[in-house]
Design a protein. Structure first.
Length: 249
């Protein structure tokens, strides 16, 4: 079974579509863990109403006692998960119908513990823009440091091969990248399925603000989380900046 973990915070605009999208997956052995992080909108009520109209024991609402952020919400989902496989999904992203089926088949064929796929940037309505991020066949820890190509909503992990302590996300900015590095640093490789299976919704925002935030976060990860020497941090940063620019051209 695949446990799908969705952190929910003020996601009322997307939740019904997200739940239906999971229900329409061609692979049906799943549970959907919707972890509400004390939303201030109607998110929790929407989930409850949906469950009343469409009873399905596979859909579970988990409520945090206080707002703690996406990492804590995902970790709560991991703690509650019953499946062998873990998939992360952000409430505003879109999975293609065969996402789980294709990734699970790919994982089994490769004998892999950690897989991820290509994805496409979408607009505010999650319509594909044609800007696709391709992925390598495999990625190691050293490669991942300068290539943040692993997108959270594309990831599938095997808990029989990777212990939960490595999947648990640290409470830092860019906790997803920090988690992939944590797994890879412990000797695992991530296998890339170079097929678009996810749409990354990107609503209009201040691009300059986003870039500055990303720069600060990646530098913090290098120096404070991974504790890389200054020169190695600079080398990784140059590689990261180059590839990040290419993804946006």
């Amino acid at each position: 079974m695949v446990s799908i973990i969705v952190p929910v915070y003020n996601a009322a605009a997307y939740l019904e579509k997200t739940i239906r999208m999971v229900e329409e997956q061609t692979f049906q052995d799943w549970e959907l863990l919707l972890v509400d992080d004390c939303s201030e909108d109607e998110s929790r009520q929407i989930i409850c109403k949906y469950k009343e109209k469409h009873p399905d024991e596979r859909i579970r609402l988990i409520c945090q006692e206080k707002n703690q952020g996406a990492a804590a919400a995902r970790n709560r989902g991991l703690k509650e998960a019953k499946g062998r496989y873990i998939a992360f999904l952000d409430a505003d992203d879109v999975w293609l119908r065969e996402k789980l089926e294709k990734e699970l088949s790919f994982m089994q064929n490769k004998g892999a513990a950690f897989v991820f796929s290509a994805y496409e940037f979408g607009d505010e309505e999650a319509r594909g823009t044609g800007r696709i991020v391709t992925v390598p066949e495999r990625i190691t820890y050293r490669q991942a440091l300068s290539r943040t190509v692993i997108f959270t909503s594309t990831v599938l992990l095997d808990r029989e091969k990777i212990p939960d302590r490595l999947i648990r996300m640290p409470d830092v900015c860019s906790e997803d990248s920090a988690t992939w590095w944590q797994i890879l640093r412990n000797g695992y490789e991530a296998q890339g399925l170079n097929e678009v299976l996810v749409i990354y919704r990107r609503p209009g925002r201040s691009l300059s603000s986003n870039k500055l935030t990303a720069i600060r976060r990646i530098w913090f990860l290098y120096r404070k989380v991974e504790e890389l020497p200054l020169i190695q941090s600079c080398v990784c940063f140059i590689g990261w900046a180059f590839r990040a620019t290419l993804r946006r051209i």
